[in-house]
Write a protein that binds this ligand. Structure first.
Ligand SMILES: [Zn+2]
Length: 372
């Protein structure tokens, strides 16, 4: 690197022997939301399932009600605070999904915010349209309601989102209580026709065949995968579709069944790790904590977990040529940890050892290095 002409004008930072990694690439978040759902936390602890809470007006629809009532300014303020925390934990790029609006105005409000946030703060935000998160209340009264909502997404929202270049990916929550495999296929195909690449929430609460659908459509990533079967694991092992695992969800919900990371990795699947930062199932933006869960609960090695949270996350966002590793020609996205050995990053669970974060060559968090 020192031989490159650009190096002449570069600063030389002395980081005191700390561990230097590529910045984390968090390939699955629900960044923009109005409030926490702490009021549901005790219900979960008392034993109510995620689906029971959703049936009683909680869950995603609770967040939808709050988001529709919130101003763009309030949403932006909350998201900016979160982005500072992402940076403080070593994340330099994150994907962000809509999906708490579920009507034209509110979905566009979220997607417009993704663009504003991208312009106004240093972290890179990759925007995903998740209009098919759940069926909103106003379409639930009649048996044909859900299909009418899918039609609205296909004929109204997806074309507008694509036309205004508000998202790069289209996502669907394919599960019991959300969208069927057939509906998911319709939505993802419509997205694809308009230039939005598919990704999918797959096999989280029940096995629906969503992962197979994702691979069949050439999805960038199938996310969750707690309920995959042997055939799914074999297929993911042969596929270029990334298996994105989010152990923070299972940890927060107190579920015992984590995704079978070992079988996926041993079978040749491209495994990435993400926080799934969202107010209902994974209220964390702390990637080092996700690494700890990946090591202890998913039996990944620290090295596998770090690769999953950097280069494989970048691949899941189709940015592996640009970010996710420290190489000549890539962006200067770096996270520096105040540890002596990289294995100490997941080892000190729940403790943030990130000492400095650099995005595109600029310090965006912490550190007081001396320049030499
Ligand atoms: Zn999600």
């Amino acid at each position: 690197m020192e031989a490159l002409p650009e190096a002449k004008a570069a600063d030389n930072l002395y980081v005191g022997g700390r561990v230097v990694l590529p910045g984390f690439v968090d390939s699955h978040t629900h960044l923009v939301h109005a409030a926490s759902r702490a009021e549901e936390y005790e219900l979960k602890i008392a034993g109510a399932s995620y689906e029971e809470i959703a049936r009683n007006g909680g869950g995603i629809l609770n967040s939808v009600k709050k988001l529709r009532a919130a101003t763009s300014e309030a949403l932006k303020k909350r998201a900016l605070a979160a982005l500072r925390e992402f940076a403080a934990n070593g994340t330099t790029t994150l994907e962000a999904k809509s999906g708490y609006g579920l009507d034209v105005t509110s979905e566009l409000k979220i997607l417009n915010l993704h663009q504003e946030l991208l312009r106004e703060q240093p972290l890179e935000i990759v925007s995903t349209f998740l209009g098919a998160h759940v069926v909103p209340t106003e379409y639930r009264g009649t048996p044909r309601g859900p299909q009418h909502y899918v039609s609205m997404l296909i004929h109204r929202l997806i074309p507008e989102v694509a036309e205004r270049k508000l998202a790069e990916f289209c996502d669907v929550f394919c599960d019991r209580g959300a969208f069927s495999r057939a509906q998911s296929e319709q939505v993802l195909e419509a997205g694809e026709r308009h230039g939005l690449a598919p990704r999918i929430h797959a096999e989280q609460l029940t096995r629906t065949g969503a992962a197979q659908l994702g691979m069949q459509l050439g999805a960038a990533s199938c996310d969750h995968l707690e309920q995959v079967n042997h055939a799914d694991i074999r297929a993911l092992g042969k596929s270029r579709t990334v298996a994105t695992l989010m152990p923070g969800c299972d940890f927060h919900l107190g579920l015992k069944q984590y995704a079978p990371a070992r079988s996926l990795i041993d079978g040749g699947a491209i495994v990435s790790l993400a926080t799934d930062y969202n107010p209902g199932t994974s209220p964390t933006l702390n990637m080092p904590m996700i690494l700890s869960l990946a090591c202890t609960q998913l039996r990944m090695t620290p090295a596998e977990a770090i690769a999953a949270a950097t280069i494989n996350g970048a691949y899941a966002l189709r940015r592996d040529k640009d970010i996710g590793s420290l190489e000549v020609g890539k962006r200067g996205d770096v996270a520096i940890f105040d540890v002596e050995d990289y294995r100490e990053i997941p080892y000190y669970f729940g403790v943030n050892k990130c000492w400095m974060t650099i995005k595109d060559g600029e310090i965006v968090h912490g550190g007081s290095p001396y320049r030499m």
